[in-house]
Write a protein that binds this ligand. Structure first.
Ligand code: SF4
Length: 331
């Protein structure tokens, strides 16, 4: 399988300034040494609580923000080294769908104008050709043509997200970051939008990076999952393997919070684990393992040393001192 995107030792640090002169007094490690790869046509999910750094990973990959370090290889080209002016042809191939369609759509523009915006920005087609392409796109996302000249306020949440998806697809991208694409929607609409995204992936051969705080959303939608906490990866595995055999205490806690419907699901979900406290501020991340202040399996070493990456089972990686390099667990 061809790898479309690979991220290697990605870092994004934001400076903390203080005083009248704005002196730099520290930094927030929003993304710290994150590596993964996504094969073409597949979905890779980044999961974690708010503040884990997953959205910053997505924005850094798209070069909406500049990485502090690491490499972003897209179709063999290292985007992290390109200057702003060199990014334009690559930006056509990489798009994003944001969480909240209400704030991501300009309320003063009509659907036809919103969806045509990327074509205008890239100078593609005449106005008539662009309108033809907008009609095609609305058909693709199953939004009736009668909404062509509507303003966003006249649309439901699900319809607005269809407009946002149509706009993201206008330039025929190969890779789309889906940043919590359903979390602002009603439960009944969420399933329809996920079904639409799955169909579009099949028909157009799209590769997705799905960002979500909710493991139940990614369970049936992704091929591979990485769990993040305070800017770092905690565990990474194929989706089926992660649900069948969660290793990291944080993953087990997230999984235990998923509502279950069937006996089969109940057998897969660990006993309810309630994490103590809030996620610490990334400006003041704990030493050693960043999860140690909330971990129910914490050991002495966890407060002093950051755990290394271990491939505990084939293609199943964990960053936790509980696992030895031979793959045996101390749990
Ligand atoms: Fe918990 Fe220690 Fe593993 Fe961190 S390294 S998750 S604190 S057991």
């Amino acid at each position: 399988m061809t790898t479309l995107l690979s991220v290697s030792h990605l870092k994004k640090y934001f400076p903390i300034s203080a005083g009248f002169l704005g002196r730099r007094v520290g930094e927030v490690k929003a993304v710290d040494d994150v590596s993964f790869a996504i094969p073409e046509g597949k979905t890779f999910a980044l999961v974690g609580e708010s503040g884990s750094g997953k959205t910053t990973v997505g924005k850094t990959i798209l070069r909406l923000i500049r990485p502090t370090g690491g490499d972003i290889l897209f179709d063999g080209r290292n985007l992290s080294r390109l200057r702003e002016g060199e990014l334009k042809p690559w930006r056509r191939q990489m798009q994003i769908v944001f969480q909240d369609p209400t704030s991501s759509l300009n309320p003063r523009r009509r659907v036809a104008d919103i969806v045509a915006t990327p074509l205008e920005v890239h100078g593609i087609g005449t106005p008539r050709e662009r309108l033809g392409r907008v009609r095609e796109l609305l058909d693709l996302v199953e939004l009736p043509e009668k909404y062509l000249y509507s303003y966003p306020h006249a649309l439901s949440g699900g319809q607005k997200q269809r407009v946002a998806i149509a706009r993201a697809l206008a330039l025929n991208p190969r890779f789309v970051v889906l940043d919590e694409p359903t979390s602002a929607l009603d439960v009944s609409v969420q399933a329809k939008i996920l079904a639409l995204l799955a169909r579009l992936q099949q028909e157009l051969g799209l590769t997705y990076l799905l960002i979500s705080h909710d493991l139940s959303v990614v369970k049936n939608f992704s091929d591979h999952i990485a769990v993040m906490y305070l800017g770092k990866l905690m565990e990474m595995a194929p989706t089926r393997e992660l649900f069948a055999n969660p290793l990291h205490p944080y993953t087990r806690a997230l999984l235990s919070a998923i509502p279950v419907v069937t006996d089969e699901e109940l057998a897969l979900i660990p006993e309810r684990i309630i994490l103590e406290g809030e996620i610490p501020s990334p400006a003041n991340a704990p030493t050693g393992c960043v999860f140690h202040t909330r971990c129910y399996a914490r050991m002495e070493v966890c407060t002093q040393q950051a755990p290394p990456q271990l491939e505990v089972h084939p293609d199943h990686h964990a960053w936790c001192h509980l696992f030895t390099s031979e793959g045996s667990s101390k749990i």
